[in-house]
Design a protein around this ligand. Structure first.
Ligand code: ZN
Length: 179
């Protein structure tokens, strides 16, 4: 599974790609604040780590639906906003599925409540995250994992943000009045 940095980049990529023009006004005009919201959505499923569990209910289709419902209620007049938050949250499940896992049960219960089986991609795009950070070898592994995630997900997130900014500023791309 990726580190929080990889998950944050995944959330930014999905949030920026899906968020529609003009849906950021509720956050003001601070781009870093907006990107932080998408990053937070991407990292949010790992909140179960704080209560001793991991890859539990927060890593399921049911949780994605829950996030969609809550954000739809909070931003019911901004469908692209809650879609973007839900998409950013969903990237976490995809990236964890694509990550190596060395702690049983392997994978995540992605399709709950429709199925309670654990799923893990047969091809690992991301290495397992070492949790014994007191050892030097573990820290080296973590640095390598972060570098790999930035190389894989950084360009995707940067492209999504760049396209989003271009859409906002270029009237030929989006003829609507700027914010
Ligand atoms: Zn996770």
């Amino acid at each position: 599974m990726p580190t929080p940095i990889g998950h944050a980049l995944g959330g930014i990529a999905a949030g920026a790609a899906v968020a529609g023009r003009g849906n950021h006004r509720w956050l003001g005009s601070h781009p870093w604040l907006i990107l932080s919201v998408w990053a937070l959505c991407g990292v949010l499923p790992d909140v179960d780590f704080l209560v001793g569990g991991h890859r539990g209910l927060t890593h399921t289709l049911g949780a994605v639906a829950g996030v969609g419902c809550v954000t739809a209620i909070l931003a019911r007049r901004r469908p692209l906003l809650w879609l973007a938050a839900t998409a950013a949250y969903s990237t976490h499940l995809l990236l964890d599925w694509l990550g190596a896992d060395d702690a049983a049960p392997l994978g995540l219960m992605a399709l709950w409540p429709f199925a309670d089986a654990y799923y893990l991609s047969p091809y690992s795009l991301f290495p397992a995250v070492c949790r014994h950070v007191s050892s030097v070898g573990c820290r080296v592994d973590l640095v390598e994992a972060v570098v790999w995630e930035v190389l894989i997900l950084g360009p995707t997130a940067a492209l999504a943000v760049w396209l989003r900014r271009r859409q906002r500023t270029d009237p030929r791309v989006n003829p609507l009045r700027p914010d």
